[in-house]
Design a protein around this ligand. Sequence first.
Ligand code: FMN
Length: 364
Amino acid sequence: MGFSDKSKLTVERKNQHLQIVMENDVVHRDSAMLEEVHLLHNALPELNLDELELETDFFGKKLKAPLMITSMTGGADYAEKMNYGLAEAAEMHGIAFAVGSQRVMLRHPEVTGHFAVRRAIPNGVLLGNIGAVQLEEYSLEQITGLVEQIEADGICVHLNPGQELMQAEGHRNFRGNLDMIARLVDRLEGRVLVKETGAGLSPQVLERLSAIGVRYVDVSGSGGTSWTKVESYRAQSKILRSAGKTFSNWGVPTAYSLINARRILPEEVCVIGSGGIENGLDSARAIALGADIAGFARAVLMAFMDNGVQGASDFIESNIYELKTAMLLTGSRRTGDLQNAPRVYTGKLLEWLKNSESHLGDKG
Ligand SMILES: Cc1cc2nc3c(=O)[nH]c(=O)nc-3n(C[C@H](O)[C@H](O)[C@H](O)COP(=O)(O)O)c2cc1C
């Protein structure tokens, strides 16, 4: 395939990312703080496991379980197989699937096949992906074209300023991003999901997203894959290698970000809780803190790399069984009932909540 130098770099970067994530410790040193959320055991749940309701509305469709595979790849050598396989596993369990950044498609429409996986997920929610920084470079028509070309239900717009600053070739100018997101939300009549990539959304950023009418927000908090850490493995220059390490634990932890998302965003905004979700209890905790849907990237990727579609399917099935277990053991018949489940917050999460109150409302 005849890629330009810039696109070659994008493909090369995506290949390196996959390899680094699979072969190295790329997880935040500090946790997502979900383990500080203790849902209280209910020894008298008065529920039947078979009557639990997990169905959830998402992008005008119904998910069988409130889970999604968040954006990962496209453009890289292995991307097509991965996107098809993960989409297939998502469809098997009725959960949502988002492809990785479609940036490379804008210059090289011939890679559209890596992303156009509608055949693998004919009934489910399929989302596209693009970086907020790309919204400055391309027209709104080109961006909406990305959604149409893969027959997606909407598009994820990722915010990743920390990661960009750790890349030699990354963006340095983030002016105008919010305005461009507002225009895209308008153009796509709300079918836009704004997400971080593992560094979380602060209360102040959540307020600004709310103010422009964003209807889908994925906090993608810290505690799981750290993209500053991933970039530190790629960096060639001493300065960027050092910065990648220095900032490898930077971010707003998933639990803290979620509590604020539910407090700040209007009820009709759909919140996705991701960043460090490893199992179904993490999903249940994320939902208890205010997420409508829990999302995962690295964990399901590892399962897929281990045993293909079957591996990804097993991971999802296990996540659903554990989520149901947490629902039953907290007396929650519907997933939404988890938000009222009795709980105790401990340790660092409690400290973050206590110590941040006086600063809420500051600009940031
Ligand atoms: C291999 C890999 C590639 C990723 N590529 C993208 C991407 O192209 N666009 C995006 O929005 N997020 C991307 N992400 C970020 C994830 O969607 C997610 O926000 C982040 O990894 C935190 O979730 P986790 O802790 O479950 O991995 C990628 C993650 C992984 C592991």
